[in-house]
Write a new protein. Structure first.
Length: 198
């Protein structure tokens, strides 16, 4: 995996004052499901932004990303259109540079990222909150098998991949093994900087 954060932050100090909420966790943990629930709950709050990721993979019911070809991705990256980009599982991912404007305006920006970019984003942004969403291994296996997305690759490999650093560097961990609505409400409380336990 590779990662890079736009150098603009390093030139002018950490970007703030808004919050950058990073959602991380293993495949099958239910990140996209909880993000959809949180986005619906925050739909009327214009101070909370859920930008679409740019991905070299087709959009699907699981993720409403901006799908681009590898060549289009490379051109946008070289042009400086991304706040951060990384490679994972044979695809390239990025967040649009516009998130910096939202953060400067004091908004909360909520994004699903690879754990490999956490350290760089903590340096580039003034107010970062990392939310690790995880689930027991048997639940992860069931969800990955049910999703059956070819780009997920070998399920056994995905399950054995270490996700320890995500939880270790997380500010909040949500064990997503129960009701999606319940855990979605937990995520909303984190996003709104409220007490997250019920």
């Amino acid at each position: 995996m590779s990662e890079a954060v736009a150098t603009e932050a390093g030139q002018a100090g950490a970007i703030g004052p808004g919050r950058l909420v990073l959602v991380v966790g293993p495949s099958g943990a239910g990140k996209d499901t909880l993000l959809r629930l949180a986005q619906a709950a925050c739909a009327d709050d214009h101070e909370i932004v859920f930008p679409r990721r740019v991905v070299t993979r087709a959009s699907s019911a699981d993720e409403d990303n901006i799908a681009v070809s590898p060549d289009e991705f490379a051109r946008a990256r070289d042009h400086g259109d991304f706040a951060v980009h990384w490679d994972a599982h044979g695809h390239s991912y990025a967040l649009p540079l516009q998130i910096n404007d939202d953060i400067r305006a004091g908004r909360a920006v909520v994004v699903n990222v690879s754990r490999t970019v956490i350290s760089a984003l903590r340096r580039a942004y003034a107010n970062v909150v990392v939310v690790a969403i995880t689930a027991p291994p048997d639940v992860l296996a069931q969800r990955l098998a049910a999703r059956a997305r070819n780009s997920d690759g070998n399920i056994a490999d995905r399950l054995t991949r270490s996700v320890g650093d995500a939880s270790a560097s997380a500010d909040v961990t949500i064990l997503n093994a129960g009701s999606a609505d319940y855990h979605g409400r937990q995520l909303v409380r984190v996003i709104r900087n409220e007490c997250w336990r019920e």
